[in-house]
Design a protein around this ligand. Structure first.
Ligand SMILES: NC(=O)c1ccc[n+]([C@@H]2O[C@H](COP(=O)([O-])OP(=O)(O)OC[C@H]3O[C@@H](n4cnc5c(N)ncnc54)[C@H](O)[C@@H]3O)[C@@H](O)[C@H]2O)c1
Length: 260
């Protein structure tokens, strides 16, 4: 079954899971509005997808800005006539590896909460009125297995405490928004990935692990390896499809059976 042509906004599309999601949605025939704060890699992704025949607009924007969210959604509507899918993927645990609570400054806290939770709220708030009017919508937010916390050293996770709080917040947000908008034909779900080695910073953190720490990390993964970004994108693409019409409010683990 082929879905009608749908328009998708993907935040954090210049790298990692966002890029893999953009590629996957483009292959499914979606029109795309790709958003990232990082202009050059975003342009590279846009150009590559256009070369494959996809209809793509790129918006350089800070996902934590309400004005950027509103303006991007308005221009997507003008360009494509609808906004049917929102994949909120911009996020992360910040640049600093912080372990104990008293190492975490208010700036660290606000940065990580803003990038993950505030941005999720802002982009959902910008698209829901259009989706409600259209009687159709697919929203996918990005949580993490870390929403339930993690034992041991910080490893690849950056500021783990605000990150866990934000990713858990995204689950509550997703669950409530799903209930609020379900009767308008809008589904709202979250994916909960375990580790995928995406950008260079993540690779550096992974490479810096001692062999023992890496062994311990991988011993919790039944597949014995991290995820590929495309494997997470596949789950997002399913939740974005027309046929995922009776799944909503879910925090879907995409973690290879990760052992907590
Ligand atoms: N990679 C993992 O192991 C993993 C696991 C669980 C959850 N996640 C979540 O998946 C999402 C993507 O992770 P990734 O590993 O692909 O990250 P990544 O760092 O490879 O990509 C994140 C993208 O978001 C962009 N971005 C950062 N701040 C932004 C802002 N303020 N506005 C707009 N764009 C911004 C970056 O430029 C980058 O292109 C994040 O929400 C992350 O928390 C990742």
């Amino acid at each position: 079954m082929t879905d009608p042509v749908r328009t998708a906004i993907v935040t954090g599309a210049a790298s990692g899971i966002g890029r893999a999601t953009a590629e996957r949605l483009a292959r499914a025939g979606r029109k795309l509005v790709l958003v990232d704060i990082n202009a050059a890699p975003l342009a590279t992704v846009g150009d590559a997808l256009r070369e494959e025949g996809a209809d793509v607009r790129c918006h350089v924007a800070d996902a934590t800005s309400p004005q950027a969210a509103e303006a991007t959604v308005a221009s997507a509507l003008e360009a494509f006539g609808s906004v049917d899918i929102l994949a909120n993927i911009a996020g992360g645990a910040g640049p600093r590896n912080l372990h104990q609570i008293d190492e975490i400054g208010l700036d660290d806290w606000d940065l990580v909460m803003g990038l993950n939770l505030r941005s999720t709220f802002l982009w959902c708030r910008a698209v829901v009125p259009l989706m409600r009017e259209a009687g159709y919508g697919r929203i996918i937010n990005t949580s993490s297995t870390l929403a339930r916390g993690k034992m041991g050293p910080v490893g690849t996770a950056g500021a783990r405490l605000p990150y866990a709080a934000a990713k858990a917040g995204i689950l509550g947000f997703t669950s409530q928004l799903a209930k609020d908008v379900g009767r308008f034909g809008i589904t709202v779900n979250a994916v909960m990935p375990w580790l995928a080695i995406t950008g260079q910073r993540m690779q550096d953190r992974y490479d810096a692990l001692t062999p023992e720490a890496r062994q311990l990390l991988l011993s919790r993964a039944p597949a014995g390896r991290p995820a590929k970004a495309a494997e997470i994108a596949a789950a997002i693409a399913f939740l974005a499809s027309d046929e995922a019409s009776y799944m909503s409010g879910v925090g879907l683990p995409v973690d290879g059976g990760f052992l907590e």
